[in-house]
Design a protein around this ligand. Structure first.
Ligand SMILES: Cc1cc2nc3c(=O)[nH]c(=O)nc-3n(C[C@H](O)[C@H](O)[C@H](O)COP(=O)(O)OP(=O)(O)OC[C@H]3O[C@@H](n4cnc5c(N)ncnc54)[C@H](O)[C@@H]3O)c2cc1C
Length: 364
């Protein structure tokens, strides 16, 4: 079936699809939204996966080991088959743009666009963020220290030895060498904090655990990722990418799932069906994530205990499979058994028994 394809947006999902335009019938056009804020560069992390071989080649660094740390415990996980990688968003989008141009994809401004009557239209503008939504928000710096302070063999995924008063808070530290690292203060909560709070947290952490007080900054980044089951930007236009449910609700990881979502759509179109994008997550993963998010929202102080228990219950490959949506029932059961019981039982009850609506009387 051949239709022209129009996609609103020129971010990760739109460009990742455009890079594969030669695999679908019909022309592909990306529409740059007028109301979009300027694009910012970021360091993106992902675990290796057969579908991410293109991104793997662009990795700035790869780690076979990663750690989750709390005040009392440390779990170091390892995977030879599925290491953790970091690369620059701009490297990926440039690469996709080049492939898209080779396939004749047009990228036009919204004001110059008129939707053609028989085209297929998809939307990658961000989903709607409801009040009370759990946000993953962060600010990070790439630094160079004067002395050798980091172990470049282990990525620190979550180090919870930081202030927990603003929500579930951890440091994400990607060591590129003994003197270079990305250090990010990351919080899961429903409200944002001052810019200075993240930077003060980073400085306190570096001084206390790495004896680093003197460094130069080569790059700064910040971001907010809304988590949960979010409504699309425009209910009338089918979504793709984060706007098509690709962000994993409890982790904020989306890159792998965007590629899977696009791959599934292209494979389906190759079999003669109309191009359409479906939510790339398994229903069971979505349910487990919604329970986990409820716990993090209601009892954020449980966060460090939950993640260290999960990291200790699984080996590296199982950990990656769980976060990538590839876990079998045994791994999922191990995660469930590792969780602190009471908050989860309370959260599960909320997801089975809907809370009662209170109808207030109208006062005349
Ligand atoms: C800072 C940050 C770091 C991330 N790090 C990782 C990571 O390490 N690993 C991982 O797997 N995932 C990560 N993610 C999640 C995910 O991979 C990205 O959000 C990814 O960019 C989603 O792709 P997308 O095309 O759906 O959205 P985007 O790439 O954000 O594209 C959205 C499109 O909508 C436009 N737009 C934005 N705002 C508006 C607006 N208000 N009105 C109109 N148009 C608008 C943009 O210009 C763009 O064209 C991160 C997300 C963020 C925000």
């Amino acid at each position: 079936m051949s239709h022209d394809i129009e996609i609103i947006g020129d971010g990760c999902a739109a460009l990742s699809f455009a890079a594969r335009a030669s695999e679908v019938k019909g022309s592909v056009t990306l529409i740059k939204p007028t109301k979009a804020p300027p694009a910012k560069d970021h360091v993106w992390g992902f675990w290796s996966d057969p579908i991410l071989q293109g991104a793997q080649k662009m990795a700035k660094q790869t780690w076979n080991k990663w750690a989750v740390i709390t005040h009392n415990e440390c779990a170091v996980l390892e995977s030879k088959a599925k290491p953790y990688n970091a690369f620059k968003r701009s490297d990926w989008t440039k690469h996709c743009q080049q492939l898209a141009e080779l396939s004749g994809v047009k990228i036009i401004d919204e004001q110059d666009w008129q939707q053609s009557s028989d085209s297929l239209l998809f939307d990658t503008r961000p989903p709607i963020v409801p009040d009370g939504c759990v946000l993953q928000h962060f600010r990070g710096i790439e630094i160079t220290t004067t002395e050798q302070k980091f172990d470049p063999n282990i990525a620190i995924l979550m180090d919870f030895r930081v202030d927990q008063s603003k929500g579930m808070h951890f440091m994400y530290l990607l060591p590129y060498s003994e003197t270079e690292a990305l250090v990010e203060s990351t919080i899961f909560s429903t409200t944002l904090v001052d810019e200075q709070y993240y930077l003060d947290s980073i400085n306190k952490y570096l001084a206390k655990y790495y004896q680093v007080t003197d460094y130069t900054i080569s790059h700064e980044e910040n971001g907010v990722i809304p988590l949960g089951n979010l409504s699309p930007h425009d209910a009338k236009i089918p979504g793709l990418g984060a706007n098509g449910g690709a962000t994993r609700p409890a982790s904020g990881y989306a890159f792998l799932f965007i590629q899977r979502q696009i791959n599934a759509a292209i494979e389906q179109a190759k079999r003669g069906k109309q191009l359409s994008f479906t939510n790339p997550h398994k229903r069971l993963d979505l349910w487990m994530d919604s329970v986990l998010l409820t716990v993090l929202k209601q009892w954020p102080e449980q966060g460090p205990r939950m993640f260290i228990r999960m990291a200790k219950a699984l080996n590296g490959d199982q950990f990656v499979n769980f976060l990538s949506g590839d876990a079998g029932y045994w791994t999922r059961l191990k995660v469930i058994l590792a969780m602190p019981k009471w908050p989860f039982i309370k959260a599960v009850t909320r997801h089975i028994i809907p809370s009662r609506k209170v109808t207030k009387p109208v006062v005349a």
